[in-house]
Ligand binder design. Structure first.
Ligand SMILES: Cc1ncc(COP(=O)(O)O)c(C=O)c1O
Length: 404
């Protein structure tokens, strides 16, 4: 709670996880950083020039003209169904078996993650995440009163050997075993790394041995630059341990709030039962109209090209400007580069002066379930233009020199 005012009776009635979230000093502090004149390398936003605004307007108009009342009524019309068909076809092409699996459309991938948590997590359960991981998912997990453990990430994604050790140690000690392991195997947020094929196989073996669900987040899977990621975990096994979520946020537009999950049929049914409030059927309809015409798939090469150029530009600027004791990842896709500063530089503490010098980023500590990541930070290369990337990296390099 805010320190200057005592909590009101209503605030005191907030649940413990919510009070924790509000109290957490890191939570949201970065939102207050003055950013108006600074280049924002903070947000995982798509390049707005890539939004297919005219085509979406056309789809919206066509849906209303053709389906009128149905599109506006509970349940939606046929174009809504065409979204589901499109997604099933897309996921089938990735290798998901729809004899044994089914698909649920959700209001974005985060809603899909929340729905999976509702279906699986009891308070006091244990879950395992990559450290660092997507902070939106961490925020969801924290709402469920679970213990969150992290496993490190290196250039080949989650260090699955370390996960195996953690699992064996816990079993030996008689500790609670995890219900869920959350992973972003392709072009990870925030590190940009990709889980190797070998480690995918090992992770699946562990899921069988220790009986946990893998929650596979494929938000960036289509946004490869150099080459596609290895096959999704969900397609590498005929066991029932993987639930895969996807999103239109990065390939179409975050504003549509559309995502999905695929899971073994009875798990999909359980998720469908607990997903509250239904989805936005009108948006499903016009996104279905847009995707059904092939335009989403047709747009992907251009997205890959533009993001590839921006990534290369940011990498070149890092090379040209960063002090020798700063390291960073080289992502093969996605939106992010993860930077490791010298031990003596605290990315949280540096943020205000970096903003004044002309750049903002997200401090690494936001991406861990516990205290960690003080000398790390995330840069996004997708949202801003190339000259801004240059200015932003120059300002970052100057801030690091000043902070050390
Ligand atoms: C790994 C990951 N999953 C999911 C999302 C969000 O998806 P959505 O906007 O569909 O909830 C993001 C966005 O930053 C992400 O990085």
């Amino acid at each position: 709670m805010s320190e200057d005012k005592p909590p009101t009776p209503l605030e005191e009635m907030l649940t413990a996880p919510v009070r924790d979230a509000i109290d957490r000093s890191a939570y949201g502090s970065w939102r207050n950083i003055a950013t108006e004149d600074a280049v924002s390398l903070s947000y995982g936003f798509p390049d707005p020039d890539l939004f297919p605004q005219t085509a979406l307007e056309e789809s919206f108009g066509d849906v209303l003209a053709e389906e009128g009342d149905d599109a506006l009524q509970y349940g939606g019309g046929e174009y809504r169904e065409s979204l589901r068909s499109f997604l099933i076809e897309q996921e089938r092409e990735r290798g998901i078996d729809f004899e044994t699996h089914d698909l649920l459309v959700t209001n974005g991938a985060t809603h899909a993650i929340d729905t999976v948590c509702r279906a699986f997590l009891d308070p006091g359960d244990t879950i395992i995440v990559e450290g660092p991981t997507f902070m939106g998912a961490l925020g969801v997990f924290r709402n469920f009163g679970v213990d969150i453990i992290s496993v490190p990430v290196d250039d080949d994604g989650m260090v699955v050997e370390q996960l195996a050790t953690t699992l064996r140690d816990r079993r030996e000690r008689g500790d609670e075993m995890p219900t869920l392991v959350y992973t972003i195997p392709d072009f990870h947020n925030p590190t940009g790394t990709t889980l190797s094929r070998e480690r995918r196989g090992h992770l699946l073996e562990l899921a069988e041995e220790f009986d946990f669900a893998i929650l596979e987040d494929g938000a960036y899977s289509d946004l490869w630059i150099d080459e596609e990621a290895p096959p999704p975990l969900a397609t590498m096994t005929d066991t029932d341990h993987v639930i895969r979520v996807g999103s239109f946020a990065k390939t179409l537009a975050p504003g549509v709030r559309m995502g999905w999950l695929t899971a073994p049929t009875r798990i999909q049914e359980a998720a469908d039962t607990v997903a509250a409030g239904g989805t936005n059927t009108l948006t499903e309809a016009f996104v279905g109209h847009y995707c059904g015409s092939g335009r989403l798939q047709d747009s992907l090469p251009e997205l890959r090209r533009v993001y590839g150029e921006k990534r290369d530009h940011m990498l070149a600027e890092l090379d040209a400007n960063m002090p020798a004791d700063v390291d960073w990842t080289t992502p093969a896709g996605g939106f992010f580069i993860w930077v490791t500063l010298p031990d003596s530089v605290d990315a949280d503490a540096m943020l205000q002066s970096a903003a004044e010098a002309g750049v903002t980023y997200l401090p690494g500590s936001l991406f861990y379930p516990g205290p960690a990541g003080d000398n790390e930070l995330r840069l996004s290369f997708t949202y801003v233009k190339k000259p801004e990337i240059t200015a932003g990296i120059e300002a970052l390099a100057a801030s690091i020199e000043q902070a050390r």
